[in-house]
Ligand binder design. Sequence first.
Ligand code: DSN
Length: 421
Amino acid sequence: MNPSEVFEIIEKHTKMMDDSIPLIASENLTSLAVRRCYVSDFGHRYAEGRVGERFYEGCKYIDEIEELALDLTKRIFEAQHANVQPISGVIANIAAFFAITNVGDTIMSISVPCGGHISHDTVSAAGLRGLNVTHYPFDNEAVNIDVDETAKIAREVRPKLFVLGSSLILFRQPVKEIREIADEIGAYVMYDASHVLGLVAGKAFQNPLKEGADVMTGSTHKTFFGPQRAIIVSKEELAEKIDRAVFPGVVSNHHLNTLAGYVVAAMEIIEFGQDYAKQVVRNAKKLAEELYNLGYRVLGEEHGFTETHQVAVDVSDYGGGEKVAKKLEEVGIILNKNLLPWDPIDRSANPSGIRIGVQEITRLGMGEDEMGRLAELIDMTVRERKSFDAIRKEVKEFRRPFRRIKYSFDEREAYRFPELR
Ligand code: DSN
């Protein structure tokens, strides 16, 4: 056994990613300033409990960081209450379910083929909480919830909670309309903003809290600039229930190095988030148009293709999502196969679609000018217009100038990594 084996594998992975075009919609890069926090002593410590009410000594500086995290989160999302302790999006969702619902309650959520996250369903967090799940009726062409049909079903099943937000999310969702239905039957509204958190923060997408949601959960590493963890923001009246559901409910210690990284990311979002979010949406729209002009079935055609970082393409004419995603991986274009609204759930091994996210390449500095060439590289591969060896070289060449992380303080100030001891 030799630890250098691990570093060799990490090195190979890093080189692979450096030579690739990263288009997984749930990923992003962190700045050097954020990474600087990962390797700090915070990663060795415990801070169970709330700021100022810890179960361990030695937490006075950790408290300063968590206090900053809470203040910045409330400011960014214009929220009455924040909890920054969940260590992932699913943990945040489980905590929210524990805070708002009881075993045996019914919730409404978006089905996985229509874009919903597994944690909104019985197979994951909702099931762990013992909830019954009714899926929203969905308008496949609009790639969105059918509000009129939802109202009818909701009056019958009387859900305790409406869950909004998705993993395949192209358009704003009808938060105000769902709020009205919820008020009629006395239900809560929760929005899982994991995918769009950075776009909400950058004011390029709906802020669910301002449109009537009671709670918003979200992971902090997709369109937001943070390390992998999550937040819950809510109305003040739910504060105590949410805090108790998080600790001692589903979190004991909460990874304090990434908490510090989250604070730096929140500062980056305040400084650069609006420019970034606008550029992300512009890039996604441009890429969708380019692919459409090349003859691909891009979802959301009648509605401008996308309002987020995502583009969804039906590639069933080319062997389906599995085959296409694997081909693209061979040339260094990394994305994922995805169920589309008309796919049965048991097609998840080879769904009709692919999902493309432009948030990471935007952080690397790509703009609309690059989207035409990116569409061309995707098309060349899917339709096998050249040898994959030749395309792989072109992909590497295309990626070469985009090395630095933009929309960060890194270029203004030098953040030296601490001497490790
Ligand atoms: N399943 C992840 C995705 O959207 O890629 C989110 O957890």
